[in-house]
Design a protein around this ligand. Sequence first.
Ligand SMILES: Cc1cc2nc3c(=O)[nH]c(=O)nc-3n(C[C@H](O)[C@H](O)[C@H](O)COP(=O)(O)OP(=O)(O)OC[C@H]3O[C@@H](n4cnc5c(N)ncnc54)[C@H](O)[C@@H]3O)c2cc1C
Length: 390
Amino acid sequence: MRTTVGIIGAGPAGLLLARLLHRAGIDSVVLESRDRAHVEQRQRAGVLEQGTVDALRAAGAGERMDREGLRHDGIELRFDGRRHRVDFPGRTGGRSVTVYAQTEVCKDLIALQLAEGGPLLFEAEALGVEGAESDRPRVRFRRQGTEDELECRYVVGCDGFWGVARKAFPASVTRVFERSYPYAWLGILADVAPSHDELVYARHDRGFALLSLRSPSVSRLYLQVPAATRAEEWTDDRTWTELESRFETRDGWTLRRGPVTQKSVTPMRSFVHEPMRHGRLFLAGDAAHIVPPTGAKGLNLAVGDAITLARALAYEKETDSAALLDAYSATCLRRVWQAERFSYDLTTLLHRAPGATAFDARLQLARLERIASSRAAETDLAEAYTGLWA
Ligand SMILES: Cc1cc2nc3c(=O)[nH]c(=O)nc-3n(C[C@H](O)[C@H](O)[C@H](O)COP(=O)(O)OP(=O)(O)OC[C@H]3O[C@@H](n4cnc5c(N)ncnc54)[C@H](O)[C@@H]3O)c2cc1C
């Protein structure tokens, strides 16, 4: 098989890239190791920055998002029994975020790709990338028990943190920056209307909790748990009771309980692979960087990479100049490190680290107090939360 751009992975990065390339008249083939149902049902992110919403609309993939997505103009910070709302439009000159699940973004992009775009092959597992430094890099892959090769002009690894593309970078050109956090998130999906109409980020002496949602009738809730926790250790009743403690306020706010339909544990990690390009091989999304989910940046970064790369490939096609391709890694990494900084700050602001002292707890409260009482500090949070596209 031959194509112009071989894309490994049909998550948000690979699917949006394929869509944007199709609109620019550039051929691509997407190889995805899992089946369609798995990709469409994998519960992950749900908060879209304004720039992501704009990009999906511009790609012709915004119709259902505009109908079903929920615009959010703020978040609530909860600490010391108090509630403080951060007003996004008021602090950012009009910006907001949209709650629309990653599963739905993927479903929309898959439907468009299958109807209008180039080949999207499910259950096609990339085994390795060869010849990244040559003119015709190749992806070896296995499909229906048979090994094959996809010969390309460029290869893009959109294959997530556990993918194979990154392994084709020689150690001599690679630098990895990494931090694992000593806690994880227990996440539940529950068939119950959200107890609040905006996301609630709670800092509590027992640990962090987040109230989020997937739709007006489905709640998504998270609890900070120790890193090695197994989801089975948490019965539904124990989970709700712990959530109630951590969201408790002095004004009598209550949490609605409902049937839990899914429960899982997500590790917390920061990771950056530099550079994001080697020869004719590019990395995009989680294949190159991971952020802890606290700042809701992972999906938005993946979208940012896909847009930057699609623009660079289209520019090369139109002008024969590789200038934007050459700038791809540095352009993305500037945004990535801002997201790493924000995600780290928000994580350490709200989570209780094992061994944290009373002094550490007081510092967290002082930092939260500062956000609640300073226009400048609140603006800094609102700008980073709603988008790092500048
Ligand atoms: C459990 C979990 C929960 C998360 N929760 C949040 C959240 O609440 N908020 C938030 O902002 N972010 C969250 N994230 C992060 C966010 O979902 C990711 O940043 C986003 O999915 C990145 O998109 P991507 O396309 O780069 O990678 P992915 O979505 O990981 O897609 C990679 C694709 O590549 C495929 N693949 C892998 N290896 C191969 C191979 N060898 N051959 C072919 N295909 C391959 C995979 O099957 C997958 O479909 C979460 C991530 C995880 C793992």
